[in-house]
Ligand binder design. Structure first.
Ligand SMILES: [Zn+2]
Length: 268
């Protein structure tokens, strides 16, 4: 191929790529504006995925239903009402269908650079788009893939992740009815990441005071009885924290409310 032709095709390729990137950026911006207004309920799709092929997990995943996440809508309704949000309900949750493949895994923590994370987020975007058509996922503003693992005593699960720009989250949960209520805490936390909330715990996993405390002005301060959902844990003492038993012991704190567009900064 002659040199001017080569240059021409290269420019065409770059122009197409730029157009795609602009398109993605514009769509993301429009969706963000629409969600941030909270005038309409946020449509949330939660899809169970078997994280491993044991019988326990497969049977549990086959039985996941709206009941498994029944606490989500009331939690968001109660918390949105405190911040006088117009949308009622604030969040509509649709559960299922099952997705029979795992999303692409995030890069290993040792390999987490801006480029590796950006590439993974593109892969996740593509995977989400393909899974939506392959498994017939309904329309949703944000999607959360609930990956279930066998509940083994002492087992810790991989970190759940919510990518705001992609509006897709991956939650690692225990396949057990007894864990349904704590699973909801994990799912609500990841959902809030998808609409702009940041974590409120430190490197040790300890809630940060005051924004990571459900009752930051309580006296005595510890043990806390209410958890801030983006801290995800109840501070028992300055150095100990535990996952709250259910969303009944969680609140959306003022800082999180600000981040997701529920408040302009005043405490309700
Ligand atoms: Zn988080």
């Amino acid at each position: 191929m002659s040199k001017p032709r080569k240059t021409f095709f290269r420019n065409v390729r770059i122009a197409i790529l730029l157009a795609i990137l602009c398109g993605v950026a514009l769509t993301t911006w429009r969706e963000k504006r629409q969600i941030a207004s909270w005038k309409e309920p946020l449509l949330v799709g939660v899809y169970p995925v078997a994280g491993e092929s044991s019988d326990v997990v497969r049977e549990y995943v086959a039985a996941v239903s709206a009941e498994s996440f029944a606490g989500l809508e009331p939690f968001f309704q109660r918390e949105a009402a405190r911040f006088e949000i117009a949308a009622s309900p604030a969040v509509l949750v649709e559960v299922g269908p099952e997705v029979k493949e795992l999303p692409p895994p995030p890069p290993e923590p040792s390999d987490r650079t801006m480029t590796s994370v950006a590439l993974w987020s593109l892969r996740l975007r593509w995977w989400n788009w393909r899974a939506a058509s392959k498994y017939g996922l309904g329309p949703a503003d944000v999607r959360l893939f609930a990956i279930y693992h066998a509940p083994i005593a002492g087992r810790t699960l991989e970190h759940s992740i919510g990518l705001e720009r992609v509006r897709v989250g991956v939650a690692h949960l225990f396949a057990s009815k007894e864990e349904d209520r704590t699973n909801e805490v994990v799912v609500a936390h990841e959902l809030l990441h998808l609409v702009g909330a940041s974590d409120k715990y430190d490197a040790r996993g300890q809630p940060v005071h005051p924004e990571g405390y459900g009752a930051p002005n309580a006296s005595p301060l510890h043990p806390q009885e209410i958890a801030e959902i983006m801290a995800g844990r109840l501070a028992i003492s300055a150095n100990e924290a535990k996952i709250p038993p259910s969303l009944d012991q969680c609140v959306v704190g003022p800082r999180t409310a600000q981040e997701i567009g529920w408040s302009t900064g005043a405490t309700p």
